[in-house]
Ligand binder design. Structure first.
Ligand code: GDP
Ligand code: IMO
Ligand code: MG
Length: 430
């Protein structure tokens, strides 16, 4: 059994969590390999909605072991809170079920303060980060001054290291950004306590997963964010600070080449984005309100982590083609098809126009999308409610045509279609 990789093919929030939950039914391990608690993955099962930020979405199934890999940045406070919330919901989370890489990096309140100070300093050029300290924590990692989860196994020494890091970031906060310094000793004491609680979860997760794969176990690698938020391949600088694309699953989990099976690009059947940055097919019209929803339903387009309304627009095929190539997608899981019900006509951006020239593939990646105007093709919509549809042939003809047209345009099969947030609201296509 291989390593199946689940990736966001757009700007995040494509429905990765629910697809991981679906596939975890047959998996032994479910593993996060990048990002931190900037992620918000929703899994709706049997009337309960779990909002996961750090713990892999496979946790909701009882038989899985979940891994937080070396590529992740961990805020211990969020993690402890998430463990507590899952336990209240009746999900078992103990060191038998959750293993955290000793090499994952630690987010401290100093990183959060720096994230806020840097966003403020960017002024009109703000990225619109989640303010979870993600960029500064990866900066510490790359600068080789980061703290790793393995250090928690010696709590008092860890506390001293936390204090030293906070003191050092205080210099920046005060002298560069004119912000208030943090109380290093108070933070160190709290983090020493967190270390005592989390020490038992720390493990050599790379070794664990390598042995599992050698023993033919199915491992799911759960992407966070999306291809267009990838640090190298996204709409730079409006990106996150880690690699969200499929190859990062290997480096972020410590797995060698050769085990990869399916590479599934989770794709919302329209486009959304939260935070700043280019968005060629963005809509500002009653159609946008239809796609976003009013905010009354948990699946409406408001950020899981920050509650911000998401920007919405039509599906963008040139960007999806790009996601297919940088990830090596073997298939697409298309989500939220039910949301299109009631729209009289559906537009798909099939190409861009750049001063009269038709562009099908981005010549220089997606960082500068300003010169490109979307070229749309319009398909008829449908009125039927899709929530109870469970097979392709039960779908209205127009919905089938929409899916087939996407397949045609990206030249990758759509294997899974979701028609509601619930675990069983899924159509498998052979
Ligand atoms: P992720 O970050 O990629 O895991 O996605 P999020 O959980 O942030 O956002 C996806 C939202 O859409 C969640 O509220 C899901 O419950 C919801 N969702 C996923 N698939 C479907 C679907 O097919 N239909 C509807 N209506 N909601 C869905
Ligand atoms: P999931 O895993 C959507 C966006 C932020 C911002 C940019 C940088 O739920 O799909 P950061 O805090 O990472 O430095 O912010 O990235 N962003 C996300 N947008 N879904 C996410 O995660 C995101 N994680 C970060 O809004 O634009
Ligand atoms: Mg999300």
């Amino acid at each position: 059994m291989p390593l199946d990789i689940i990736i966001g093919a757009q700007w995040g929030d494509e429905g990765k969590g629910r697809i991981v939950d679906l596939l975890a039914k047959h998996a032994r391990y479910s593993a996060r390999f990048s990002g931190g608690d900037n992620a918000g993955h929703t899994v709706a099962v049997a009337g309960q909605t779990h909002r996961l930020h750090l713990i892999p979405s496979g946790i909701v199934h009882e038989h899985t072991t979940c891994v937080i890999g070396n590529g992740v940045v961990v805020n211990p406070e969020t993690l402890l809170d998430e463990i507590a919330r899952l336990r209240v919901a009746g999900v078992v989370v103990d060191p038998g079920r959750l293993r955290i890489s000793y090499a994952a990096h630690v987010i401290t309140p100093a990183h959060l303060a720096l994230d806020a100070a840097q966003e403020k300093a960017r002024g009109a050029g703000a990225i619109g980060t989640t303010l979870r300290g993600i960029g500064p924590a990866y900066t510490s990692k790359v600068a080789r001054s980061g703290l790793r989860m393995g250090e928690m196994m010696e709590p008092s020494r860890f506390g001293e290291r936390v204090a030293a890091q906070v003191e050092s970031i205080n210099e920046l906060l005060v002298n560069i950004y004119g912000a208030q310094p943090l109380n290093a000793q108070e933070i160190a004491a709290a983090y020493e306590k967190h270390a005592k609680e989390l020490g038992a979860f720390i493990a050599d997760t790379a070794g664990l997963l390598q042995r599992a794969l050698e023993g033919q176990a199915l491992v799911l690698a759960e992407g966070a964010q999306g291809t267009l938020l990838d640090l190298d391949h996204g709409t730079y600088p409006y990106v996150t600070s880690s690699n969200a694309t499929a190859p990062a699953a290997l480096s972020g989990l410590g797995i060698g080449l050769g085990f990869t099976g399916r590479v599934i690009g989770v794709t919302k059947c329209f486009q959304t984005r939260v935070g700043e940055g280019p968005f060629p097919t963005e809509l500002d019209s009653p159609t946008a309100d239809h796609l976003r929803g009013s905010g009354e339903n948990p699946w409406d387009e408001y950020g899981t982590t920050t509650g911000r309304p998401r920007r919405v627009g039509w599906l963008d095929i040139p960007l999806l083609r790009y996601a297919v190539s940088v990830n090596g997608l073997t298939e697409i899981a298309l989500t939220k098809l039910d949301v299109l019900t009631g729209l009289p006509a559906l537009s798909i951006c099939t190409a861009y126009d750049r001063q009269g020239e038709r562009i099908h593939r981005l010549p220089m990646g997606p960082a500068d999308l300003a010169p490109f105007r979307p070229v749309y093709e319009t398909l008829p919509g449908w009125e039927e409610d899709l929530w109870d549809v469970r097979s392709f042939d039960q779908l209205p003809d127009q919905a089938c045509d929409y899916i087939l047209r996407i397949e045609d345009l990206v030249e990758v099969p759509v294997r899974i279609v979701s028609v509601g947030p619930g675990r069983d609201q899924v159509i498998h296509i052979d």
